[in-house]
Ligand binder design. Structure first.
Ligand code: URP
Ligand code: ZN
Ligand code: ZN
Ligand code: ZN
Length: 484
């Protein structure tokens, strides 16, 4: 079996930084130590050897708002590895009344073109006996996470009743509910009011989804999860109000997680005031970009551990697709790209500014989510036996982000013109070199599905705690006779 050795670098994991070589055979790490030799040598002199990034929030070829997102599993995962991300977790979205298992088959077909490994979350887009019955089978297929949209009224949105039922089912089957937390009823009415007042431009998208709307829904989702006795993961946490709800819950012993996006950390709401309609519309996503106060809160959350993961919510639409909403902002497809840029942008604005240590960078881009989703240490680790999903990170390599040279299929980049310092020299997907000295060399279909078992240690601990503290009937000695 041919072997590879990454030589001369410094290994950076979520908890350690040390000099060592890494040997790879059969797609896994087989040895870590000094002076290793192998058939092929990758020179990591002056670079850091880190677990490849894991992006737990992507929408590739997603049917949404009357169209499909334009990056599919081929271009999306090519963009991912170009930026040092070696695994994506995409959302499997059943149509209304569609079987969850049928939806998995559709996602299996789409993902067969992936250039790196991937997994799925299942979205609960409707509720009924069939969904309830199929949920355990979904976990048997390696999907232990179920997504709930509190927004997109009339489309993907589920109400509190449905969410509570689904969360209780998640508790029974050892799964983790994920939540898009925005009050969809309030958003829908505010959208209608803004339009009626003639506010039809992309800036009105932001006006219709203020931070309070997100904060309220985040609180509500956490309360419902607590009542159902299940951990909860809030996707695209974008505001201080949402962060505050998560932070407070965690301080009270509730198992809640929060996921800021690289877009919310580095781009602000001034983008919507841009005089060019296309510029503003290209940045329409939910929740919208926020001001510096919210950005500082998200960074502080990553520093303190009250927020655990940085994702992208990569959901890329072309300018032409965005123009569906030229006269009506509610028809602009919601979503932005970021798969290629998440790691370089977070390194530049996090490690490069001293807001994050290198180890914290690894934790929030890879290791934390590998643990939360129950795939550690197969993924998210530099350990013997782990998959060789690695990035050799060159801290001195720099570029200016431009759409012209990106891997994504769309015609612009929301980070256009941003300068980044820190880029992959090599990216390895299960030992295969897919970025070679900066050049992308992917193999379509190389990616494999990663199944994830239910009943994480956190699920088990929480269900034990809920049993210990469950309401109990008081056995009384003195009972007055009835009817007296
Ligand atoms: O605007 C967004 N975030 N689009 C993708 C769908 C979602 O809400 O995550
Ligand atoms: Zn969402
Ligand atoms: Zn999303
Ligand atoms: Zn292959």
């Amino acid at each position: 079996m041919a072997s590879k050795v990454i030589k001369g670098g410094t290994i950076v994991t979520a908890d350690l930084t040390y000099d060592a070589d890494v040997k790879i055979e059969g797609g896994v790490i087989t040895e870590i130590g000094p002076n290793l030799s192998g058939d092929e040598v990758l020179d990591a002199t002056g670079a850091y050897i880190m677990p490849g990034g894991i992006d737990p929030h992507t929408h590739l070829e997603m049917p949404f708002m009357g169209t499909y997102s334009s990056d599919d599993f081929e271009s999306g995962t090519r963009a991912a590895v170009a930026g040092g991300t070696t695994m994506v977790v995409d959302f499997c979205l059943p149509d209304p009344n569609q079987s969850l298992l049928e939806a998995i088959t559709r996602w299996d077909n789409k993902s067969s073109r992936a250039n790196c490994d991937y997994s799925f979350h299942m979205a609960i887009t409707w509720w009924g006996e069939q969904v309830f019955n199929e949920m355990p089978e979904v976990t048997k297929r390696g999907i232990n996470t179920f997504k709930h949209f509190m927004a997109y009224k009339g489309a993907l949105m589920v109400d509190d009743d449905e969410m509570y039922s689904s969360f209780k089912r998640c508790a029974e089957i050892g799964a983790l509910p994920l939540v898009h937390a925005e009050n969809g009823d309030v958003v829908a009415q505010m959208q209608a009011q803004l339009l009626a007042e003639g506010n039809n431009g992309p800036e009105a998208h932001a006006y219709s989804r203020p931070a309070a709307v997100e904060g309220e829904a985040t609180n509500r989702a956490i309360m419902i999860a607590d009542m159902a006795g299940v951990p909860v993961y809030i996707v695209h946490t974008s505001s201080e109000q949402a962060h505050e709800a998560i932070r407070r819950a965690r301080q009270n012993g509730i198992r809640a997680y929060g996921e800021p996006l690289i877009q919310h950390l580095t781009l602000d709401d001034s983008e919507y005031a841009h005089p060019d309609w296309d510029h503003a519309a290209r940045r329409v996503m939910s929740p919208p970009f926020r001001n510096k106060k919210h950005q500082d809160s998200l960074w502080a959350g990553l520093q303190s551990g009250s927020l655990q993961v940085v994702a992208t919510d990569h959901c890329a639409f072309t300018t032409e697709q965005k123009r569906n909403g030229i006269d009506n902002f509610t028809l602009i497809p919601n979503g932005t790209g970021g798969l290629e840029d998440r790691m370089p942008m977070l390194w530049t604005h996090g490690v490069g500014t001293g807001r994050l240590t290198m180890n914290e960078f690894v934790a929030v881009t890879s290791t934390n989510i590998a643990k939360i989703l129950n795939m550690y240490p197969k993924k998210g680790a530099v350990l013997v036996g782990a998959d060789a999903d690695l990035v050799v990170w060159d801290p001195n390599k720099e570029k200016t982000i431009v759409a012209d040279t990106q891997q994504s299929a769309i015609d612009y980049n929301v980070f256009e013109g941003k300068h980044v310092k820190g880029l992959p020299r090599f990216t390895l997907s299960r030992g295969k070199v897919v970025v070679d000295d900066g050049a992308v060399k992917t193999e379509e279909g190389h990616g494999e599905f990663v199944g994830r078992e239910p009943y994480t240690a956190t699920n088990k601990a929480l269900s034990k705690w809920k049993q210990v503290t469950a309401p109990r009937k008081v056995e009384r000695t003195g009972i007055p006779a009835s009817g007296v």
